[in-house]
Design a protein around this ligand. Sequence first.
Ligand SMILES: [Zn+2]
Length: 81
Amino acid sequence: MALKYENVKEEIEQEGWKLISDSYKNLQTQMEFECPNGHSNFYTFDYWRKHRNCPVCQENKYIKINDRAPKKKGFRVLAFD
Ligand SMILES: [Zn+2]
């Protein structure tokens, strides 16, 4: 079943993302997506469906985890004592 632009847009918006491009041809068409945090990314719809992640957010997440790591470790050591 061929997807229509409206279907694609709806699916994307259900995930909190936005579809910036105003046309859709098929799963291999590259389109502009905006993640829930406002970063724009270029993907095919097929790729987005499989991954649903934003590389910018992904990177920020790693930075946050690294920031928290030393505190968490210290807390755990205290708990064991
Ligand atoms: Zn993002």
